[in-house]
Design a binder for this molecule. Structure first.
Ligand SMILES: [Zn+2]
Ligand SMILES: [Zn+2]
Length: 358
């Protein structure tokens, strides 16, 4: 097989702009696969990757370098495209050459207990995430370390399918943490960006629960209502937690925090009833503070949720093929506009998800 040229948009310094570069891409070996990227979603995490890490509060930050990322870094982990080449040992691949696929990007070492259980995303050893430790989908070609991470999408819109790989499975994974939901359950969704809006849509499509949408942006609140939320609130309103509780009979069973800031997590904790469940998903950053006796007195459950498994992605693609998920807004832009698109996301200038077209 010939060596191909991959055209990638990468940053070479933290906080710097992305620039186009050309890298040789040798033929896939072993179980590897090469995918021609047709669509790649921009995730909010990418803003943190460019900055070098996530805010831990008190001036501390995680380091993506410590997590195994190297510069120049090609981001992009919501990848849909066409399978163009398979390694010699990838005959068992779930997709055939020319087939359209979405790529599972949360790849682990493949050998630890978590990976053996199918929880690559919770790998305890060496993560090989696409768009972080390995070059991602802000490119025309992407190398996938094993063909099993390809999920055929059939007739699904590839722009929408791409967003399932992070926004979709993150929303699904967080909802899954709540267990079975009935019509009596009220679930607050805090933060209605790409992931939160997907959660509103998935909750509506797959459960009878009543959804309370919370976002500072009026356009996002309106969109959440159109996707089935029973009510929507601006968190900046005075005494908002009390108003939401009152309107819901002080009976909110769970809150999904897709922001993950100090104020959003505090609101989530304030909203839920006794025995309520708060799931923190967003990675905005900061510290979580709570008086210790409240865990017992309110019998609260506070948990976290991080992306989802390969099985989650397969299930979500199958679900999207079976039922019409309410479509969250998508903005399609040429890959060459990636810097402008990231700046627009940082400024919160749109509702929904931006998908880049290489
Ligand atoms: Zn993401
Ligand atoms: Zn592992």
């Amino acid at each position: 097989m010939n060596v191909r040229c991959a055209h990638r948009w990468a940053f070479s310094a933290f906080g710097g702009a992305l620039a186009e570069r050309t890298d040789d891409l040798s033929a896939p070996s072993g179980d590897e696969a090469t995918v021609r990227v047709t669509h790649c979603g921009i995730c909010h995490s990418d803003l943190h990757f460019v900055a070098g890490g996530f805010d831990l509060g008190q001036g501390q930050k995680t380091s993506i370098t410590r997590a195994g990322a190297t510069l120049p870094l090609t981001m992009g982990h919501e990848i849909a495209g066409e399978l163009v080449e398979l390694g010699p040992q990838a005959g068992h691949a779930p997709a055939s050459i020319g087939e359209r696929v979405v790529v599972y990007p949360w790849i682990g070492c493949g050998a630890c207990g978590a990976c053996e259980r199918g929880d690559d995303h919770l790998c305890t050893k060496v993560s090989r995430n696409l768009g972080l430790q390995l070059p991602g989908g802000y490119a025309d070609l992407v190398r996938v370390p094993h063909a099993r991470y390809l999920v055929p999408i059939g007739t699904l819109d590839p722009a929408r399918a791409a967003t399932l790989a992070c926004a979709g499975i993150t929303a699904m994974g967080a909802i899954g943490k709540l267990g079975p939901l009935t019509a009596e359950h009220r679930v607050a969704v805090i933060g209605c960006g790409g992931v939160g809006m997907t959660a509103v849509a998935l909750l509506k499509a797959t459960t009878p629960a009543q959804v309370i949408a919370i976002d500072a942006d009026a356009a996002k609140r309106a969109a959440a209502l159109s996707y089935g939320a029973a009510s929507a609130y601006d968190p900046a309103e005075a005494d908002v937690a009390r108003a939401i509780q009152k309107a819901n009979g002080f009976d909110i069973a769970a809150a999904l925090d897709f922001v993950g800031s100090e104020t959003s997590s505090a609101l989530a904790v304030a909203l839920v009833r006794r025995t309520g469940h708060v799931v923190i998903v967003g990675l905005f950053g900061g510290e979580f503070r709570m008086p210790l006796p409240m865990f017992a007195l309110r019998s609260l459950r506070i948990s976290g949720s991080y992306v989802g498994s390969l099985a989650d992605l397969r299930a979500l693609v199958a679900l999207a093929q079976r039922i019409a998920l309410p479509p969250t807004p998508l903005h399609l832009r040429p890959l060459a506009q990636v810097n402008e698109a990231l700046a627009d996301m940082a400024a919160g200038r749109f509702v929904g998800r931006t998908v880049l077209l290489p």
